[in-house]
Design a protein around this ligand. Sequence first.
Ligand code: GRF
Length: 186
Amino acid sequence: MKKIAIFASGGGSNAQAIIDYFRSNVEIEVALIVSNDTNAGVIDRAQKEEVPFYILQPDELEEEEFSDVLLALEIDFVVLAGFLKKIPQDILEAYPNKIVNIHPALLPKYGGKGMYGMNVHKAVVNAGEKESGMTIHYVNENYDEGQIIEQHKVALEPSDSAEDCARKVLELEHQYFAPCIEKVLS
Ligand code: GRF
């Protein structure tokens, strides 16, 4: 059994889609949800789904000892799904090529500092892009710059708002993220 930890800071709809996808899988299990925010919707989901969860304290991110917790729980693979904090160096070192992130745009465009949540979709729509999409990539020291694993595109209409764009991209994320994790793990 391979054990996944999902790191999320927000509502956790991607975490939910991943939990649902692997629910009856005998080889891959969502073994832990990690959040930096006690009030994050993803924690309610973890409780409802009876998936163990861990709230990261700010000093744990700074002290760079969290990989010990992951290793003690025998976590094999880390999935970032809307996690807004920087991943400590010790986790990057403990999990080489075993951390993936989802980004709600077609990297390398619309990535980097400040490009998260609605900021991304507003930037895409304001630039008059005819398409957007999602990128799944490995995580390294530089945010949004790790090797791209998979991208999926969706067409944008001239009348689409940033909210429309967000909705279309989120649909793609729910559809493709979990199968991509499965491919990477097998
Ligand atoms: C997703 O759009 C993801 O690409 C981004 O943050 C959002 C998280 O949404 N990194 P949710 O918490 O999974 O609903």
